[in-house]
Write a protein that binds this ligand. Structure first.
Ligand SMILES: [Zn+2]
Length: 186
């Protein structure tokens, strides 16, 4: 009875230690990039743009690789109306929705890379700066920059190296303001 109890205690301590280790360590070994499989089967006319956005993120970052046709960490949808948005279920996992009405006014590639940026852990930063990707629609329809800044890209690389906070990797929904050109915000 006593030895059985002590074995149980040992097992519980080991489990607690392992659980603690998971919260501290990265989701993937630091030496190996996390593969984020994206699925464009419901991306409609934006499937090709999703591929371009994946290449942009892959070229700008380390510790992660967006890859097609290997699974569904990230599903991309074409929708009409309601606005583009990203639904992150965890770091590197979720869904991206591209609104055809917004994509008719703003650069579809910029919208795509921005929304994927949310899946990769970035928040919005609506400061109107076109050199930033996460400034989104605040930079206006003339801004077609689809590239993350060095700081934005480095932040993603660091997140996937394991230096993330709970907020960065938590489930969240980012409903984006890409304002209509008919009702401009100054
Ligand atoms: Zn956003």
């Amino acid at each position: 009875m006593t030895s059985r109890l002590s074995r149980l205690v040992v097992a519980l301590v080991a489990t607690a230690g392992a659980t603690l280790g998971v919260t501290v360590a990265n989701p993937a070994p630091a030496s190996a990039a996390m593969t984020i499989c994206y699925n464009t089967s419901q991306a409609g006319s934006y499937a090709g743009i999703a591929g371009q956005a994946a290449s942009i993120w892959n070229n700008a970052t380390v510790n992660l690789t967006l890859s097609a046709n290997c699974g569904s960490n990230l599903r991309i949808y074409q929708i009409t109306g309601g606005g583009s948005y990203a639904q992150r279920t965890s770091l590197g996992n979720g869904r991206v929705y591209i609104d055809t009405q917004q994509a008719a006014q703003y650069s579809p590639l910029r919208i795509m890379t921005h929304e994927i940026g949310h899946i990769l852990g970035l928040p919005d930063n609506y400061n109107g700066n076109c050199s930033l990707l996460m400034s989104g629609g605040s930079a206006g329809t003339s801004c077609t920059n689809p590239y993350p800044s060095t700081a934005e890209a480095n932040r993603v690389s660091n997140l996937f190296a394991g230096t993330f906070s709970a907020t960065d990797r938590s489930a969240d929904i980012f409903r984006d303001s890409w304002p209509s050109v008919l009702t401009p915000v100054s």
